[in-house]
Design a protein around this ligand. Structure first.
Ligand code: FES
Ligand SMILES: [Fe+2]
Length: 409
């Protein structure tokens, strides 16, 4: 894929060319090598499919799939593409089924996607029908490789993908286990939005602690995330995954907070419970944002726990799906607190609305100069290593080191 049009400087992943976010050919290659390659993709939470036959449909990369509880002990993820002529077999977002029957010619599949029945298979009055050499097992729904890890369902289109825990690596596992310890989860709610930007921008945004207190006036003003806080940015050995953590600042304004452009000490919340959290997870961190490449962000901030799933649509847009959850044994007060804290996030959140808007504007900037411009990731220097401050873009450099090798660019 190297050609003149696609120059990418060899400067330690400090600069990332705009065409990486706008070129449809690059995007197609990403689907093949990343989304359909040796990577685990987030599907959902195990509790979303509680009974045998419970299912949810979703899109991984651009491919529609069905996540379904296929037995008491097993969850299957199968492509939602009929073995007959490729139509979607299941059209609803969620439900419960005894089998999966395609609306077009009513071919039916069992809960693992194996073809059970073909209407008129033996023809009508001895005429027509399928020839004798037709083998139903050749036309099953394609099964993905699946792992359910502490209540989260992961799938991969590639059989070569290593175990999820190895894929994540030990440094990231610590952050994963902090939220997903195995304690039974309960879904609090969902929100969905379409964002007109390249899908990689959302991973960058969630690896980027630098913008947290600068873009998000709400964070700065109410002390949830500020540069004077103790923080860390860690990656797995490949650099593709990262976790940003911070410990909430105690007290009100100080010199660093007061210097932030969005900080306004005169602002007070009418309902301070919006940012009042109770400690519930291990460790001193009050915030943790893990990007699990390429499909999801796992986030804890105050008492909001949620997953943010990325569904690419084309080079310039993606869908972003939020699943808010808590624990099954939460008391009513905690359940209400999680709902209250969810106001910070999602498409209209006091904080997250800023991210969608800024990503849209970044994409526009890229499109206007796609052949000449490049984004700069120089904060914190050129190296790719754990950082213990927020003034670094090391995690973005880490992702592009991995990406560049994988994409052969
Ligand atoms: S396309 Fe599904 S049964 Fe014909
Ligand atoms: Fe943000």
């Amino acid at each position: 894929m190297k050609n003149e049009k696609r120059d990418w400087a060899d400067d330690g992943y400090v600069s990332v060319p705009y065409w990486l976010y706008t070129d449809p050919e690059v995007y197609q290659n990403e689907l093949e090598r990343i989304w359909y390659g040796d990577h685990w993709l987030y599907c959902g939470l195990e509790v979303e499919v509680p009974d045998i036959g419970s299912f949810r449909t979703m899109t991984l990369g651009e491919r529609p799939v069905i996540m379904i509880r296929s037995s008491a002990t097993e969850i299957s993820v199968v492509e939602n593409r009929c073995g007959h002529r490729g139509t979607k077999v299941v059209w609803t977002r969620s439900g419960k089924a005894l089998d999966l029957t395609c609306p077009y010619h009513q071919w039916s599949f069992d809960l693992k996607g194996c073809l059970l029945g073909v209407p008129l298979r033996r023809g009508v009055k001895g005429e027509g029908g399928m020839p004798k050499d037709f083998k139903a097992s050749d036309r099953n729904l394609r099964q993905l490789k699946v792992e359910v890890v502490n209540g989260v369902v992961w799938a991969s289109f590639s059989v070569r993908t290593p175990s999820f825990r190895d894929y994540l690596g030990p440094k990231m596992w610590r952050h994963y286990e902090r939220i997903f310890s195995g304690r039974k989860l309960r879904v609090v709610g969902y929100s969905r939005q379409r964002i007109n930007g390249n899908w990689k921008l959302m991973l960058e945004n969630n690896k980027d602690a630098y913008h947290g207190a600068l873009l998000h006036a709400f964070f700065a003003t109410f002390g949830l995330f500020r540069p004077d806080q103790k923080s860390a940015m860690e990656m797995d050995d490949t650099g593709r995954h990262a976790c940003i953590t911070s410990v909430m600042a105690q007290g009100g304004a100080n010199a660093i907070a007061a210097a932030l452009p969005g900080f306004n000490s005169a602002l007070k919340l009418k309902d301070p419970r919006l940012v009042q959290a109770v400690k519930e997870l291990d460790g001193e961190e009050t915030m943790g944002a893990s990007t699990v490449f390429p499909s999801v962000v796992l986030l804890q901030q105050v008492n909001s726990l949620h997953t943010r799933q990325i569904v690419p649509r084309d080079a310039g847009s993606f869908d972003f799906i939020w699943t808010y959850f808590g624990f099954d044994d939460d008391d009513e007060e905690m359940r209400n607190r999680r709902i209250r804290h969810a106001n910070l996030f999602g498409p209209a959140g006091f904080v997250s609305a800023d991210d969608a808007e800024v990503i849209r504007m970044v994409q526009q900037g890229f499109e206007h100069a796609s052949q000449e411009g490049f984004a700069l990731n120089l904060m914190g220097g050129r190296e790719i290593a754990t950082a213990t401050n927020m003034a670094s873009e090391t995690t973005i450099r880490g992702m592009y080191r991995y990406y560049r090798q994988l994409m052969d660019l």
